[in-house]
Ligand binder design. Structure first.
Ligand code: GDD
Ligand code: MN
Length: 400
């Protein structure tokens, strides 16, 4: 007998209504990337748990993004032992949120769930969650922030980042983020009816936000759980996830308006956001030096010249390494980098001139507070600089 992979659903990210003939009660998706060391244990624990309480009426679907450590192969090797196990191997498409939706699209359950593949989500919580669905909830979220919930060993910084992300979400999308205590949770289940036929367009890590934002969810339940420490493998979270998260919130908030506008205007929104973040670091550099020079008695103009130039150097470095890295990686070598820096500097030099004019206008004629005036000047010049740098400094002339 040979064991085969589940075909990857194609096309848009939309879960369909159930085909009645071969349905099961519960489909649990496990998105994985390089979890080969965790898989056997996870499948064992989950199968044992669901065999006892669900008696065969479930399926476990691993959605692996073609992991270099061959997680999907480990899954295939486990199949003879576990009749409810199915494995999907995606090649080409990747990302946590879309993996979950592809899994649900291939699933046959009335209840659709997701759990991490690294055992950080305690499997026992599943039973309480299934209970909540049985009692009528459309969506049940395992939460770190209700009775019985928590994190095991998180540092101060990680807690701040997690809560900061939640606060930002509340500001941008209060009606969605405010519905649950732990919108960052990747451990939840939803009734198929509540999301069937709603087109999804997720970005990054936070699939729950997409389900809350686009699904048809009347009742939400929460169950506490303690987020365990990872024993094997490593987390895939990086700075990119934070940017994706913000973009995801904005996308949901605009309900497609931004995307449409961007498509119409061909605006490089993502790049501008990175550029803006780099610019923000430049504002701190600029402001600090501007302030320092002010306290040692320098005049408005001379302080501004020096503070701007130091900020320019700071910004070039980050933009070259990050914002435009896809372009700069095609222009290898120090000479080319120096050329880019000189162009960047030239554009920013003109920017500084513009900055000075605006600052003087705002301060001397409109009598706006000097620091506020500096901030407004920086904002205007940032847009100006971004545009010209995109078009000139990092422009690649294709030579074939
Ligand atoms: N298929 C696929 N593709 N799976 C992925 C990908 C990907 O690109 N990136 C990560 N995963 C899988 C991992 O293998 C793991 O099973 C799960 O998704 C979570 O990834 P981690 O990298 O371990 O995330 P985490 O532990 O930092 O974050 C967890 O906690 C958050 C709450 O703070 C996750 O549970 C999040 O979903 C949750 O929101
Ligand atoms: Mn994890």
């Amino acid at each position: 007998m040979s064991y085969s992979l589940v075909p990857v659903p194609l096309g848009s990210f939309q879960v369909n209504e159930l085909l009645f003939e071969d349905s099961v009660t519960f489909s649990l998706i496990v998105p994985t990337y390089n979890e080969s060391k965790n898989l056997a244990k996870l499948v064992e624990v989950l199968s044992h748990l669901l065999d006892n309480s669900y008696d065969g009426n479930y399926e476990l679907i691993i959605v692996d993004d073609d992991s270099p450590d061959l997680t999907w192969q480990v899954g295939l090797d486990l199949m003879p032992e576990y009749p409810h196990l199915r494995i999907m191997r995606r090649q080409g498409e990747k990302g946590l949120s879309t993996a979950v939706i592809r899994g649900w699209q291939a699933a046959q359950g009335e209840i659709l769930g997701v759990i991490d593949g690294d055992l950080q989500h305690p499997p026992e919580t599943l039973i309480k969650m299934l209970d909540a669905i049985a009692k009528g909830a459309d969506l049940v979220v395992a939460s770190r922030h209700v009775e019985g919930g928590g994190v095991s060993d998180w540092g101060f910084m990680r807690r701040i980042l997690s809560r900061g992300a939640q606060m930002l979400g509340l500001l941008i999308l209060p009606n969605v983020i405010g519905r649950v205590s732990d919108p960052m949770s990747g451990y939840f289940m939803v009734r198929r009816d509540a999301i069937a036929n709603s087109p999804m367009n997720p970005l990054g890590y936070k699939i729950l936000i997409e389900v809350l934002g686009r699904g048809n969810i009347a009742t939400v339940a929460e169950v506490g759980y303690v987020f365990q420490e990872r024993q094997e493998g490593e987390s895939k979270v990086s700075g990119k996830q934070y940017i994706d998260y913000i973009l995801h919130l904005l996308r949901l908030r605009s309900r497609g308006r931004i995307t449409k506008l961007r498509e119409k205007l061909h605006l490089p929104v993502k790049r501008f956001l990175s550029y803006g973040l780099v610019g923000l670091s430049g504002v701190f550099v600029d402001m600090s030096i501007f302030y320092l020079l002010g306290t040692v008695g320098w005049g408005l103009t001379s302080s501004k010249i020096i503070s701007s130039e130091v900020a320019v150097m700071n910004n070039f470095l980050w933009n070259d390494l990050w914002t435009f890295r896809d372009i700069s990686s095609q222009q290898i070598g120090w000479q080319k980098r120096i050329v880019r820096f000189l162009k960047f500097n030239l554009i920013c030099l003109v920017g500084i001139g513009l900055n000075l004019i605006i600052l003087n206008l705002l301060y001397n004629y409109l009598h706006i507070n000097k620091y506020l005036a500096n901030l407004i000047a920086i904002a205007i010049v940032t847009i100006w600089n971004f545009w010209f740098n995109l078009k000139l400094s990092w422009r690649v002339t294709q030579t074939k």
